[in-house]
Ligand binder design. Structure first.
Ligand code: FES
Length: 112
């Protein structure tokens, strides 16, 4: 079972956390199952980018990125080469380090 290390995030995990999660589940479901209430405004259907995460370690072990996910990621705040939508990224067998961006598109809109 992959170990998931979540880096500290002021809102979702102030001290960071880590847990084990089953391969084949999404990063989003794994986070939620372990008390990390990541934003998921579209109901986890890959249509909002509020669940954007950056996978600092283990990126290559995740399930493939679809074209639709890539298109949505282009709209995310703070996108990086290892960005994924947590609701679309399936866990593989490797340990991960997850970094949640400071803002989502929701925050960006609220702060304009
Ligand atoms: Fe909307 Fe993941 S919850 S894209």
């Amino acid at each position: 079972m992959p170990n998931i290390l979540v880096l500290p995030h002021a809102e979702y995990a102030p001290d960071g956390t880590s847990f084990e999660a089953g391969a084949g589940m999404t990063i989003c479901d794994a986070l939620l199952a372990h008390g990390v209430e990541i934003d998921r405004a579209c109901g986890k259907v890959g249509a909002c980018t509020t669940c954007h995460v950056i996978v600092r370690t283990g990126f290559a072990s995740l399930g493939a990125v679809s074209e639709a996910e890539e298109d949505m990621l282009d709209r995310a705040w703070g996108i990086e080469a290892e960005s994924r939508l947590a609701c679309q990224a399936l866990l593989g067998g490797e340990d991960l380090v997850i970094d949640m961006p400071m803002y989502s598109i929701n925050h960006a809109k609220e702060n304009v």
